[in-house]
Design a protein around this ligand. Structure first.
Ligand code: PEP
Ligand code: MN
Length: 358
C-alpha cells in the first residue's frame, strides 16, 4: 500500500507516521517493511507485508493522522478469501462437491409450511435432480403480520425430509441462540440471509459453533452491500475457521422495484470470480421476484460462471405462504420453463456446454 502524505509535512511528521505504521502492524501480528520517498512535492511511504497480510491491519489508525493525505491499497481488504492466498476453494458439503466442475442445485420452497408440503417439495426436488433441499423454518419477514415460519417444528420437518430423501438441508439462521437447535436437527448448511449479510455477531456466533466441523454457510449478499463488503463478511467466517463457505448473490436494491423485486446482479458473479476464491451461487428467485424470469436469469448466471443455483420451487406455488410469485412449479409441463424439472435440465445442459470456457 502507499501512504500519501500531505505536501507540506515535515520529517518529524513522516517519522510519526512510520511509528504509527509499525505499531498498527505489531498489534495485528503483521510484519511490514517500508520505503519513504520524499520526491519534490509528494512524500509517500510505500509499505509491503507478506502475502496479503495488510488486510489484517486497521488502516484508519494511520489514515486519521493529520499529516496523512490518503492511503492507496494495492492488495484487497481481505486475505483468506483472496486469490493471492488460494486460487480456488473446492468444498465438500455433506458429500456434495461444490466448485469442482459440476453445477450445484439447491431447490425447495421459501418456507416449510406443513409436513405434506415439505415432503412433496423434497421428493419433487430430488426427482428433478436437485443436490440439496432449501426451505426456511424461521422466516425474517418485512411485515410482522406475514407468515413467520413454523420455527422449531419446521426444523423437525426438515430433519424428516432429509431422512426421507437423503438430501442435505439448507435453511436460514436468524438468531445465534438457535444454532444448537439447528445442529440437533442435522441442518447441513446455515443460510445467512440478506438482512443479516453484515450481522457480524451472527457470523462470529456461527464460527464459534461450526469451526472445525464440515457444516457449511451459504452467505447471502446484504441487499445494499458492495462486493468488497460482501467478501469481507465471508472473510469473517474463514478467519473463524469455517472453511465451507459459499457466497450467494441474490439481487441488490435498485431504483426500479415495479418490474423486478431487485436489481439482478449476475455480472457480479464474473467479478467475484476474479476477486476471490470462494464458490459463488446465484439466487434467481429473490433477485427477480418473478417465476417467469427465473429461467433466463439462471442461464445468465451460468454464463457468468456460477458454481451453483439456489431456486425456490413449491408443490403449489399459487397457495404458497411466502414468495409464491417467484416460486417454480415442481412438475413438468410441456414446453413450460416455469417448472423445476425444465430449469434443472437446461441449467445442467448449459453448464456442461460452456464448461471449457469458464
Ligand atoms: C430466502 O431464501 O427465502 C430469503 C429470505 O432470502 P433473502 O435473504 O435473499 O431475501
Ligand atoms: Mn424466499
Amino acid at each position: 500500500m502507499i501512504i500519501k502524505m500531505k505536501h507540506d509535512v515535515s520529517q518529524e511528521d513522516i517519522n510519526r507516521t512510520v511509528d504509527r505504521l509499525e505499531s498498527v502492524a505489531r498489534d495485528s501480528g503483521v510484519v511490514v517493511s517500508h520505503i519513504v520517498s520524499k520526491g519534490e512535492e509528494l512524500p509517500v511511504v510505500a509499505v509491503q507485508a507478506k502475502g496479503t497480510d495488510i488486510a489484517k491491519m486497521d488502516l484508519d489508525q494511520i489514515r486519521q493522522l493529520e499529516s496523512v493525505d490518503s492511503i492507496v491499497r494495492i492488495a484487497e481488504p481481505y486475505k483468506l478469501a483472496s486469490k493471492t492466498y488460494k486460487e480456488k476453494r473446492i468444498l465438500d458439503v455433506s458429500g456434495v462437491q461444490v466448485g469442482n466442475g459440476r453445477l450445484l442445485i439447491i431447490a425447495g420452497p421459501c418456507g416449510v409450511e406443513s409436513e405434506e408440503q415439505i415432503m412433496q417439495a423434497a421428493i419433487g426436488s430430488k426427482e428433478a435432480g436437485a443436490d440439496m433441499l432449501r426451505a426456511g423454518a424461521y422466516k425474517p419477514r418485512t411485515s410482522p403480520y406475514s407468515f413467520q415460519g413454523l420455527k422449531k417444528y419446521g426444523l423437525k420437518l426438515l430433519a424428516q425430509a432429509k431422512e426421507e430423501t437423503g438430501l442435505p438441508i439448507v435453511t436460514e439462521i436468524t438468531d445465534p441462540r438457535n444454532i444448537d437447535l439447528y445442529l440437533d436437527n442435522g441442518i447441513d448448511v446455515f443460510q445467512v440471509g440478506t438482512r443479516n449479510g453484515q450481522n457480524y455477531d451472527l457470523l462470529i456466533a456461527l464460527t464459534d459453533a461450526l469451526k472445525g466441523t464440515d457444516k457449511a454457510v451459504l452467505l447471502k449478499r446484504g441487499m445494499g452491500a458492495t462486493l468488497d463488503e460482501f467478501i469481507q463478511a465471508g472473510e469473517y467466517l474463514l478467519a473463524g475457521d469455517v472453511q465451507n463457505v459459499m457466497l450467494c448473490l441474490r439481487g441488490i436494491k435498485g431504483i426500479d422495484t415495479k418490474h423486478t423485486r431487485n436489481s439482478v446482479d449476475t455480472a457480479d458473479i464474473s467479478v467475484l470470480r476474479t476477486l476471490c476464491n470462494l464458490p459463488v451461487v446465484y439466487d434467481p428467485s429473490h433477485s427477480t421476484g418473478d417465476r417467469d424470469l427465473v429461467y433466463p436469469v439462471t442461464l445468465g448466471a451460468i454464463g457468468h460462471g456460477a458454481d451453483g443455483i439456489v431456486v425456490e420451487a413449491h408443490p403449489n406455488p399459487e397457495m404458497a405462504k411466502s414468495d409464491g410469485p417467484q416460486s417454480l412449479y415442481l412438475n413438468k409441463k410441456e414446453r413450460d420453463r416455469t417448472n423445476l424439472v425444465t430449469l434443472i435440465e437446461s441449467a445442467r445442459h448449459t453448464y456442461q456446454a460452456i464448461k471449457h470456457i469458464r
